[in-house]
Design a protein around this ligand. Structure first.
Ligand SMILES: Cc1cc2nc3c(=O)[nH]c(=O)nc-3n(C[C@H](O)[C@H](O)[C@H](O)COP(=O)(O)OP(=O)(O)OC[C@H]3O[C@@H](n4cnc5c(N)ncnc54)[C@H](O)[C@@H]3O)c2cc1C
Length: 478
Protein backbone atom coordinates (compact mmCIF):
# COMPACT_ATOMS: atom_id res chain seq x y z
CA UNK A 1 0.00 0.00 0.00
CA UNK A 2 1.33 3.42 -0.85
CA UNK A 3 1.19 6.39 1.51
CA UNK A 4 0.06 9.69 0.05
CA UNK A 5 1.93 12.66 1.50
CA UNK A 6 1.45 16.38 0.86
CA UNK A 7 4.35 18.02 -0.89
CA UNK A 8 5.95 21.43 -0.61
CA UNK A 9 4.32 22.31 -3.92
CA UNK A 10 0.84 21.51 -2.61
CA UNK A 11 0.53 18.33 -4.68
CA UNK A 12 0.62 14.75 -3.40
CA UNK A 13 3.53 12.33 -3.40
CA UNK A 14 2.91 8.59 -3.43
CA UNK A 15 5.43 6.83 -1.22
CA UNK A 16 5.52 3.14 -2.07
CA UNK A 17 5.70 0.39 0.51
CA UNK A 18 9.20 -0.36 -0.69
CA UNK A 19 10.43 3.21 -0.21
CA UNK A 20 8.84 3.42 3.20
CA UNK A 21 10.36 0.11 4.28
CA UNK A 22 13.74 1.29 3.08
CA UNK A 23 13.33 4.49 5.09
CA UNK A 24 12.20 2.55 8.18
CA UNK A 25 15.38 0.48 7.96
CA UNK A 26 17.52 3.63 8.21
CA UNK A 27 15.95 5.05 11.38
CA UNK A 28 16.13 3.68 14.89
CA UNK A 29 13.08 5.61 16.05
CA UNK A 30 9.43 5.16 15.09
CA UNK A 31 7.72 5.72 11.79
CA UNK A 32 3.93 5.79 11.91
CA UNK A 33 1.32 5.95 9.17
CA UNK A 34 -2.32 6.62 10.11
CA UNK A 35 -2.92 2.85 9.98
CA UNK A 36 -0.25 2.01 12.54
CA UNK A 37 -1.06 1.39 16.19
CA UNK A 38 0.28 4.30 18.22
CA UNK A 39 -0.39 6.93 15.53
CA UNK A 40 -3.33 8.43 17.44
CA UNK A 41 -1.20 8.83 20.56
CA UNK A 42 1.46 10.89 18.83
CA UNK A 43 -0.15 12.95 16.09
CA UNK A 44 -1.60 15.82 18.15
CA UNK A 45 0.11 18.66 20.00
CA UNK A 46 -0.91 20.87 22.93
CA UNK A 47 -3.42 23.16 21.19
CA UNK A 48 -6.70 21.31 20.63
CA UNK A 49 -7.50 23.73 17.81
CA UNK A 50 -4.69 22.25 15.69
CA UNK A 51 -4.84 18.46 16.12
CA UNK A 52 -3.12 17.70 12.81
CA UNK A 53 -3.53 14.64 10.60
CA UNK A 54 -0.01 13.88 9.37
CA UNK A 55 0.39 11.23 6.69
CA UNK A 56 3.65 10.15 8.30
CA UNK A 57 5.06 10.64 11.78
CA UNK A 58 8.76 10.12 12.38
CA UNK A 59 9.99 10.02 15.97
CA UNK A 60 13.78 10.04 15.83
CA UNK A 61 15.97 8.78 18.66
CA UNK A 62 18.98 10.87 17.69
CA UNK A 63 20.63 13.20 15.20
CA UNK A 64 21.25 10.38 12.71
CA UNK A 65 17.51 9.75 12.46
CA UNK A 66 16.87 13.46 12.01
CA UNK A 67 19.37 13.61 9.14
CA UNK A 68 17.68 10.58 7.58
CA UNK A 69 14.21 12.09 7.92
CA UNK A 70 15.26 15.47 6.51
CA UNK A 71 16.94 13.80 3.52
CA UNK A 72 13.96 11.49 2.93
CA UNK A 73 11.52 14.40 3.06
CA UNK A 74 13.65 16.65 0.86
CA UNK A 75 14.27 13.97 -1.77
CA UNK A 76 10.53 13.31 -1.98
CA UNK A 77 9.60 17.00 -1.81
CA UNK A 78 7.45 16.47 1.32
CA UNK A 79 5.87 19.14 3.50
CA UNK A 80 7.41 18.83 6.97
CA UNK A 81 6.39 20.01 10.42
CA UNK A 82 9.01 19.86 13.17
CA UNK A 83 7.87 19.31 16.75
CA UNK A 84 9.92 19.89 19.88
CA UNK A 85 7.54 20.02 22.85
CA UNK A 86 4.37 20.53 20.79
CA UNK A 87 3.30 23.65 22.72
CA UNK A 88 3.11 25.99 19.74
CA UNK A 89 0.21 28.34 20.42
CA UNK A 90 -0.11 28.76 16.66
CA UNK A 91 -0.20 25.01 16.02
CA UNK A 92 3.02 25.29 14.03
CA UNK A 93 4.08 21.76 14.90
CA UNK A 94 0.94 20.24 13.38
CA UNK A 95 0.42 19.27 9.78
CA UNK A 96 -2.41 17.85 7.73
CA UNK A 97 -1.23 15.32 5.17
CA UNK A 98 2.49 16.08 5.55
CA UNK A 99 5.36 14.52 7.48
CA UNK A 100 5.59 15.27 11.20
CA UNK A 101 9.11 15.06 12.60
CA UNK A 102 8.46 14.77 16.32
CA UNK A 103 11.54 14.96 18.55
CA UNK A 104 9.73 13.81 21.73
CA UNK A 105 12.04 10.82 22.18
CA UNK A 106 15.09 13.10 22.06
CA UNK A 107 14.70 14.50 25.56
CA UNK A 108 18.12 13.85 27.05
CA UNK A 109 19.68 16.45 29.36
CA UNK A 110 23.31 16.53 30.46
CA UNK A 111 24.60 19.04 33.02
CA UNK A 112 28.26 20.01 33.34
CA UNK A 113 28.28 21.31 36.92
CA UNK A 114 31.83 22.63 36.73
CA UNK A 115 31.31 24.65 33.58
CA UNK A 116 27.75 25.41 34.74
CA UNK A 117 26.33 24.49 31.37
CA UNK A 118 23.58 22.16 30.25
CA UNK A 119 23.15 20.37 26.95
CA UNK A 120 19.58 19.39 26.10
CA UNK A 121 18.25 17.50 23.13
CA UNK A 122 15.77 19.10 20.77
CA UNK A 123 12.69 17.33 22.15
CA UNK A 124 13.31 18.01 25.85
CA UNK A 125 10.67 19.78 27.89
CA UNK A 126 11.31 22.62 30.32
CA UNK A 127 10.61 20.18 33.18
CA UNK A 128 13.21 17.71 31.86
CA UNK A 129 15.83 20.43 31.93
CA UNK A 130 14.87 21.91 35.31
CA UNK A 131 14.87 18.46 36.91
CA UNK A 132 18.50 17.90 35.96
CA UNK A 133 19.86 21.43 36.44
CA UNK A 134 18.23 21.83 39.86
CA UNK A 135 20.05 18.73 41.09
CA UNK A 136 23.10 21.02 40.95
CA UNK A 137 21.33 24.18 42.15
CA UNK A 138 21.45 25.55 38.61
CA UNK A 139 18.92 27.04 36.23
CA UNK A 140 19.02 27.64 32.49
CA UNK A 141 16.47 30.42 31.86
CA UNK A 142 13.35 28.95 30.24
CA UNK A 143 9.53 29.07 30.50
CA UNK A 144 7.09 28.85 33.40
CA UNK A 145 5.15 25.72 32.41
CA UNK A 146 7.21 22.58 32.74
CA UNK A 147 5.46 20.78 29.85
CA UNK A 148 6.57 23.36 27.23
CA UNK A 149 9.32 22.37 24.80
CA UNK A 150 12.75 23.91 25.34
CA UNK A 151 13.26 24.02 21.56
CA UNK A 152 10.36 26.10 20.26
CA UNK A 153 10.47 28.32 23.32
CA UNK A 154 14.17 29.05 22.92
CA UNK A 155 14.06 29.53 19.16
CA UNK A 156 11.43 32.25 19.66
CA UNK A 157 13.10 34.01 22.63
CA UNK A 158 12.14 32.25 25.86
CA UNK A 159 10.98 34.19 28.89
CA UNK A 160 10.51 32.77 32.38
CA UNK A 161 10.85 33.39 36.09
CA UNK A 162 14.52 34.46 36.03
CA UNK A 163 14.37 36.66 32.92
CA UNK A 164 15.10 40.05 34.47
CA UNK A 165 18.15 38.75 36.31
CA UNK A 166 19.56 36.33 33.74
CA UNK A 167 17.85 37.24 30.46
CA UNK A 168 15.92 35.22 27.93
CA UNK A 169 16.69 31.65 26.89
CA UNK A 170 18.33 32.99 23.72
CA UNK A 171 20.59 35.22 25.81
CA UNK A 172 21.97 32.13 27.54
CA UNK A 173 22.38 29.92 24.49
CA UNK A 174 26.03 29.01 23.94
CA UNK A 175 25.70 26.69 20.99
CA UNK A 176 23.34 24.42 19.11
CA UNK A 177 23.56 21.51 16.72
CA UNK A 178 21.40 22.06 13.67
CA UNK A 179 20.39 19.69 10.87
CA UNK A 180 19.86 22.04 7.94
CA UNK A 181 17.68 21.57 4.86
CA UNK A 182 20.60 20.09 2.90
CA UNK A 183 20.89 17.33 5.52
CA UNK A 184 24.20 18.73 6.78
CA UNK A 185 24.79 18.99 10.52
CA UNK A 186 26.13 22.37 11.61
CA UNK A 187 27.29 23.66 14.93
CA UNK A 188 25.94 27.13 15.59
CA UNK A 189 27.92 29.16 18.11
CA UNK A 190 29.85 32.41 18.39
CA UNK A 191 32.80 30.69 16.66
CA UNK A 192 31.08 28.30 14.32
CA UNK A 193 28.52 29.47 11.75
CA UNK A 194 27.93 32.68 13.74
CA UNK A 195 25.27 33.85 11.27
CA UNK A 196 23.24 30.70 11.95
CA UNK A 197 23.82 31.15 15.69
CA UNK A 198 22.54 34.72 15.49
CA UNK A 199 19.47 33.66 13.48
CA UNK A 200 18.30 30.81 15.70
CA UNK A 201 18.28 33.15 18.70
CA UNK A 202 14.79 34.43 17.95
CA UNK A 203 14.28 33.40 14.32
CA UNK A 204 12.34 30.23 15.18
CA UNK A 205 12.51 26.92 13.35
CA UNK A 206 13.32 28.50 9.99
CA UNK A 207 16.92 27.35 9.70
CA UNK A 208 16.86 23.65 10.46
CA UNK A 209 16.08 21.04 13.07
CA UNK A 210 17.93 21.81 16.28
CA UNK A 211 18.96 18.48 17.73
CA UNK A 212 20.65 19.95 20.81
CA UNK A 213 21.10 23.22 22.66
CA UNK A 214 23.85 24.13 25.14
CA UNK A 215 22.97 26.81 27.67
CA UNK A 216 24.82 28.80 30.28
CA UNK A 217 23.32 28.06 33.70
CA UNK A 218 23.09 30.22 36.81
CA UNK A 219 22.93 29.54 40.52
CA UNK A 220 19.24 29.72 41.44
CA UNK A 221 17.36 27.50 43.88
CA UNK A 222 16.73 24.80 44.88
CA UNK A 223 14.59 27.10 47.09
CA UNK A 224 13.39 30.48 45.80
CA UNK A 225 11.22 33.22 47.26
CA UNK A 226 7.88 33.03 45.45
CA UNK A 227 4.90 35.37 45.55
CA UNK A 228 1.46 34.11 44.57
CA UNK A 229 -1.34 36.38 45.77
CA UNK A 230 -4.98 36.18 44.63
CA UNK A 231 -7.35 39.15 44.70
CA UNK A 232 -11.02 39.64 43.91
CA UNK A 233 -11.51 40.99 40.41
CA UNK A 234 -13.54 43.84 41.90
CA UNK A 235 -10.27 45.21 43.33
CA UNK A 236 -8.55 45.15 39.93
CA UNK A 237 -7.80 48.89 39.53
CA UNK A 238 -6.13 49.13 42.90
CA UNK A 239 -4.17 45.86 42.58
CA UNK A 240 -2.90 46.59 39.07
CA UNK A 241 -1.74 50.09 40.00
CA UNK A 242 -0.01 49.02 43.20
CA UNK A 243 1.61 46.07 41.45
CA UNK A 244 2.96 48.38 38.75
CA UNK A 245 4.30 50.87 41.29
CA UNK A 246 6.01 48.09 43.27
CA UNK A 247 7.51 46.57 40.11
CA UNK A 248 8.93 49.89 38.93
CA UNK A 249 11.20 49.93 42.00
CA UNK A 250 11.96 46.19 42.09
CA UNK A 251 15.53 44.94 41.60
CA UNK A 252 16.48 42.75 38.63
CA UNK A 253 16.28 39.69 40.87
CA UNK A 254 12.50 40.07 40.61
CA UNK A 255 10.63 38.66 37.62
CA UNK A 256 6.91 39.17 37.99
CA UNK A 257 3.49 39.08 36.36
CA UNK A 258 -0.08 40.08 37.00
CA UNK A 259 -3.04 38.38 35.37
CA UNK A 260 -6.73 37.65 35.49
CA UNK A 261 -8.46 34.33 34.85
CA UNK A 262 -10.80 31.75 36.38
CA UNK A 263 -9.68 28.24 37.25
CA UNK A 264 -11.61 25.10 38.13
CA UNK A 265 -11.41 23.63 41.62
CA UNK A 266 -8.18 21.82 42.40
CA UNK A 267 -6.62 20.38 45.51
CA UNK A 268 -3.51 22.40 44.67
CA UNK A 269 -5.14 25.83 44.76
CA UNK A 270 -6.88 27.66 47.62
CA UNK A 271 -10.67 27.02 47.74
CA UNK A 272 -11.25 30.80 47.83
CA UNK A 273 -10.38 31.05 44.12
CA UNK A 274 -12.16 27.98 42.77
CA UNK A 275 -14.41 28.82 39.82
CA UNK A 276 -14.23 32.55 40.58
CA UNK A 277 -12.51 35.20 38.49
CA UNK A 278 -9.40 36.46 40.27
CA UNK A 279 -6.43 38.73 39.80
CA UNK A 280 -3.13 37.01 40.55
CA UNK A 281 0.19 38.66 41.21
CA UNK A 282 3.20 36.38 40.90
CA UNK A 283 6.91 36.90 41.40
CA UNK A 284 10.14 34.98 41.84
CA UNK A 285 13.32 36.37 43.38
CA UNK A 286 16.50 35.01 41.78
CA UNK A 287 18.75 35.17 44.81
CA UNK A 288 18.81 34.57 48.55
CA UNK A 289 15.28 33.35 49.49
CA UNK A 290 15.26 35.20 52.81
CA UNK A 291 16.12 38.49 51.16
CA UNK A 292 13.63 37.67 48.43
CA UNK A 293 10.77 37.23 50.89
CA UNK A 294 11.48 40.75 52.18
CA UNK A 295 11.48 42.18 48.66
CA UNK A 296 8.13 40.58 47.79
CA UNK A 297 6.46 41.54 51.08
CA UNK A 298 4.97 44.82 49.71
CA UNK A 299 3.31 42.77 46.97
CA UNK A 300 1.68 40.62 49.66
CA UNK A 301 0.50 43.74 51.49
CA UNK A 302 -1.59 45.02 48.58
CA UNK A 303 -5.37 45.17 49.21
CA UNK A 304 -7.32 42.36 50.85
CA UNK A 305 -6.26 39.15 49.11
CA UNK A 306 -8.58 36.18 48.73
CA UNK A 307 -5.59 33.92 49.29
CA UNK A 308 -1.82 34.12 49.52
CA UNK A 309 0.33 31.08 48.71
CA UNK A 310 3.64 32.97 48.80
CA UNK A 311 6.65 31.53 50.53
CA UNK A 312 10.04 29.98 50.00
CA UNK A 313 9.37 27.13 47.54
CA UNK A 314 11.41 24.65 45.53
CA UNK A 315 12.11 26.19 42.12
CA UNK A 316 10.83 23.02 40.40
CA UNK A 317 7.52 23.36 42.27
CA UNK A 318 7.16 26.95 41.07
CA UNK A 319 7.91 25.77 37.53
CA UNK A 320 5.15 23.16 37.73
CA UNK A 321 2.61 25.40 39.49
CA UNK A 322 0.57 26.10 36.34
CA UNK A 323 0.94 22.67 34.72
CA UNK A 324 -2.35 21.23 35.90
CA UNK A 325 -4.30 23.94 34.10
CA UNK A 326 -2.52 23.63 30.76
CA UNK A 327 -2.83 19.97 29.90
CA UNK A 328 -2.23 18.80 26.38
CA UNK A 329 -5.19 18.53 24.07
CA UNK A 330 -7.65 20.03 26.56
CA UNK A 331 -7.79 23.68 25.51
CA UNK A 332 -8.25 25.52 22.26
CA UNK A 333 -5.82 28.44 22.22
CA UNK A 334 -5.46 31.70 20.35
CA UNK A 335 -3.13 34.25 21.96
CA UNK A 336 -1.88 37.66 20.95
CA UNK A 337 0.74 39.72 22.74
CA UNK A 338 2.16 43.20 22.57
CA UNK A 339 5.04 45.01 24.23
CA UNK A 340 4.53 48.34 25.99
CA UNK A 341 7.21 50.65 27.36
CA UNK A 342 5.31 51.70 30.43
CA UNK A 343 2.08 50.60 32.08
CA UNK A 344 0.45 54.01 31.93
CA UNK A 345 -2.94 54.57 33.56
CA UNK A 346 -4.77 54.55 30.18
CA UNK A 347 -3.19 51.18 29.32
CA UNK A 348 -4.07 49.82 32.75
CA UNK A 349 -7.66 50.95 32.26
CA UNK A 350 -7.87 48.94 29.03
CA UNK A 351 -6.27 45.88 30.63
CA UNK A 352 -8.60 46.01 33.62
CA UNK A 353 -11.61 46.36 31.35
CA UNK A 354 -10.49 43.33 29.32
CA UNK A 355 -9.73 41.35 32.48
CA UNK A 356 -13.26 41.98 33.72
CA UNK A 357 -15.00 41.15 30.45
CA UNK A 358 -13.29 37.96 29.30
CA UNK A 359 -15.49 35.90 26.94
CA UNK A 360 -14.56 32.54 28.51
CA UNK A 361 -13.49 31.71 32.03
CA UNK A 362 -10.16 30.22 30.90
CA UNK A 363 -9.13 33.33 28.96
CA UNK A 364 -6.04 34.69 30.71
CA UNK A 365 -5.23 38.39 30.44
CA UNK A 366 -1.65 38.51 31.63
CA UNK A 367 0.96 41.25 31.90
CA UNK A 368 4.62 40.31 32.25
CA UNK A 369 7.17 42.60 33.88
CA UNK A 370 10.12 42.49 31.46
CA UNK A 371 13.24 44.71 31.26
CA UNK A 372 16.30 44.14 33.43
CA UNK A 373 18.90 41.86 31.81
CA UNK A 374 16.71 41.43 28.70
CA UNK A 375 17.09 45.10 27.85
CA UNK A 376 20.84 45.17 28.37
CA UNK A 377 21.33 43.16 25.16
CA UNK A 378 21.69 45.18 21.96
CA UNK A 379 18.92 44.86 19.37
CA UNK A 380 21.31 43.46 16.76
CA UNK A 381 23.04 40.98 19.10
CA UNK A 382 20.32 38.39 18.50
CA UNK A 383 17.53 38.00 15.97
CA UNK A 384 15.08 38.46 18.86
CA UNK A 385 14.54 42.21 18.70
CA UNK A 386 12.48 43.62 21.58
CA UNK A 387 15.11 45.07 23.89
CA UNK A 388 13.51 48.19 25.29
CA UNK A 389 9.97 47.52 26.52
CA UNK A 390 9.42 47.03 30.22
CA UNK A 391 6.15 45.14 29.87
CA UNK A 392 4.47 42.55 27.71
CA UNK A 393 0.69 42.24 27.68
CA UNK A 394 -0.66 38.93 26.45
CA UNK A 395 -4.30 38.22 25.72
CA UNK A 396 -4.40 34.45 26.00
CA UNK A 397 -7.61 33.07 24.52
CA UNK A 398 -8.14 29.60 25.98
CA UNK A 399 -11.47 27.81 25.71
CA UNK A 400 -12.91 24.35 25.24
CA UNK A 401 -15.72 24.25 22.62
CA UNK A 402 -15.17 24.67 18.91
CA UNK A 403 -18.50 26.46 18.75
CA UNK A 404 -16.89 29.34 20.70
CA UNK A 405 -13.96 29.73 18.27
CA UNK A 406 -15.27 32.78 16.43
CA UNK A 407 -16.40 34.61 19.53
CA UNK A 408 -13.19 34.15 21.52
CA UNK A 409 -10.84 34.74 18.59
CA UNK A 410 -12.56 37.94 17.58
CA UNK A 411 -12.57 39.14 21.21
CA UNK A 412 -8.83 38.42 21.55
CA UNK A 413 -8.12 40.36 18.36
CA UNK A 414 -10.17 43.33 19.53
CA UNK A 415 -8.68 43.41 23.03
CA UNK A 416 -5.17 43.03 21.66
CA UNK A 417 -5.75 45.82 19.14
CA UNK A 418 -6.71 48.27 21.87
CA UNK A 419 -3.55 47.59 23.89
CA UNK A 420 -1.31 47.33 20.83
CA UNK A 421 -2.21 50.90 19.86
CA UNK A 422 -0.28 52.03 22.94
CA UNK A 423 2.58 49.57 22.44
CA UNK A 424 6.03 49.61 20.89
CA UNK A 425 4.56 48.02 17.76
CA UNK A 426 6.38 44.80 18.52
CA UNK A 427 4.99 41.44 19.67
CA UNK A 428 6.18 38.07 20.92
CA UNK A 429 5.95 35.41 18.22
CA UNK A 430 5.82 32.60 20.77
CA UNK A 431 2.53 34.07 22.01
CA UNK A 432 0.98 34.53 18.57
CA UNK A 433 -1.97 32.36 17.59
CA UNK A 434 -3.01 31.34 14.12
CA UNK A 435 -6.65 30.91 13.14
CA UNK A 436 -7.25 31.93 9.52
CA UNK A 437 -4.00 33.90 9.32
CA UNK A 438 -0.95 32.81 7.32
CA UNK A 439 1.99 31.44 9.31
CA UNK A 440 3.84 34.67 8.57
CA UNK A 441 1.49 36.58 10.88
CA UNK A 442 3.36 38.88 13.23
CA UNK A 443 6.78 38.25 11.67
CA UNK A 444 7.22 41.79 10.36
CA UNK A 445 6.23 43.34 13.68
CA UNK A 446 8.30 41.00 15.83
CA UNK A 447 11.66 41.93 14.34
CA UNK A 448 13.61 45.10 14.01
CA UNK A 449 13.76 46.00 10.29
CA UNK A 450 17.49 45.36 9.90
CA UNK A 451 17.21 42.12 11.87
CA UNK A 452 14.42 40.91 9.59
CA UNK A 453 16.47 41.70 6.50
CA UNK A 454 19.41 39.78 7.96
CA UNK A 455 17.13 36.86 8.83
CA UNK A 456 15.87 36.75 5.25
CA UNK A 457 19.45 36.70 3.96
CA UNK A 458 20.45 33.89 6.34
CA UNK A 459 17.29 31.96 5.47
CA UNK A 460 18.19 32.39 1.80
CA UNK A 461 21.62 30.92 2.51
CA UNK A 462 20.62 27.90 4.62
CA UNK A 463 17.13 27.17 3.31
CA UNK A 464 16.66 28.83 -0.10
CA UNK A 465 13.68 26.58 -0.97
CA UNK A 466 11.89 27.30 2.31
CA UNK A 467 11.91 23.61 3.16
CA UNK A 468 11.28 24.53 6.83
CA UNK A 469 8.13 26.59 6.39
CA UNK A 470 5.75 25.50 9.14
CA UNK A 471 7.04 28.05 11.62
CA UNK A 472 6.91 31.83 12.06
CA UNK A 473 8.02 31.83 8.50
CA UNK A 474 10.73 34.11 7.20
CA UNK A 475 10.84 34.39 3.42
CA UNK A 476 14.27 33.43 2.03
CA UNK A 477 16.03 36.26 0.22
CA UNK A 478 16.68 35.20 -3.36
C1 LIG B 1 0.82 26.48 28.23
C2 LIG B 1 1.92 27.27 27.58
C3 LIG B 1 2.83 27.94 28.38
C4 LIG B 1 3.85 28.68 27.80
N1 LIG B 1 4.73 29.35 28.61
C5 LIG B 1 5.73 30.06 28.05
C6 LIG B 1 6.68 30.74 28.86
O1 LIG B 1 6.64 30.69 30.08
N2 LIG B 1 7.65 31.46 28.24
C7 LIG B 1 7.75 31.53 26.89
O2 LIG B 1 8.66 32.19 26.40
N3 LIG B 1 6.87 30.89 26.10
C8 LIG B 1 5.87 30.16 26.65
N4 LIG B 1 4.97 29.53 25.85
C9 LIG B 1 5.06 29.69 24.40
C10 LIG B 1 6.09 28.74 23.86
O3 LIG B 1 7.36 29.32 23.96
C11 LIG B 1 5.84 28.44 22.38
O4 LIG B 1 4.57 27.90 22.25
C12 LIG B 1 6.89 27.50 21.83
O5 LIG B 1 6.73 27.43 20.44
C13 LIG B 1 6.78 26.11 22.41
O6 LIG B 1 7.86 25.32 22.02
P1 LIG B 1 7.63 23.77 21.73
O7 LIG B 1 8.92 23.15 21.37
O8 LIG B 1 6.84 23.15 22.82
O9 LIG B 1 6.67 23.91 20.48
P2 LIG B 1 6.43 23.08 19.16
O10 LIG B 1 4.96 23.14 18.96
O11 LIG B 1 7.06 21.76 19.18
O12 LIG B 1 7.17 23.96 18.07
C14 LIG B 1 6.98 25.35 17.94
C15 LIG B 1 7.77 25.87 16.75
O13 LIG B 1 9.17 25.61 16.95
C16 LIG B 1 9.67 24.74 15.94
N5 LIG B 1 10.52 23.73 16.58
C17 LIG B 1 10.22 23.00 17.67
N6 LIG B 1 11.25 22.21 17.99
C18 LIG B 1 12.21 22.44 17.08
C19 LIG B 1 13.52 21.95 16.89
N7 LIG B 1 14.04 21.04 17.70
N8 LIG B 1 14.24 22.42 15.84
C20 LIG B 1 13.72 23.35 15.01
N9 LIG B 1 12.48 23.85 15.15
C21 LIG B 1 11.75 23.41 16.17
C22 LIG B 1 8.45 24.09 15.33
O14 LIG B 1 8.67 23.69 14.02
C23 LIG B 1 7.41 25.18 15.43
O15 LIG B 1 7.57 26.09 14.38
C24 LIG B 1 3.95 28.76 26.39
C25 LIG B 1 3.03 28.08 25.59
C26 LIG B 1 2.03 27.34 26.18
C27 LIG B 1 1.02 26.65 25.31
Amino acid sequence: MTVTVRTLKGSEAKISDGSLDEFRMTVRGDVFTPHDPGYEDVRSPYNAMHPGTPALVVRPTGTADVIGAVNFARENGLLVAVRGGGHSVAGLSSVDGGLLLDLARMNGVDVDPEARTVRVQGGALVGDMDHETQAFGLVAPCGVVSDTGVAGLTLGGGEGWVRRKHGLSVDNLLSAQVVCADGQVRTASADSNPDLFWAIRGGGGNFGVVTSFTFQCHRVGPIVAFAGVFHPVEDAENVYRQFRDWARKAPDEISALIGCTTLPASEHTPPEIHNKPFIVTGAVYSGDPEEGMKVIQPLRDIGNPLADISGPLPFVAVQAAFDEFFQRGTLRSYWKSTFVDELTDPILDIIVDKARNRPHERVFVVTFFMGGAINRVAVDDTAYSERSANWMVSIDGNWTDASDDDQVISWVRGAWGEVHEHGTGSLYLNFTGVADEAVTVGVESAFDKANLQRLEDIKGHYDPDNFFRLNNNIPPAS
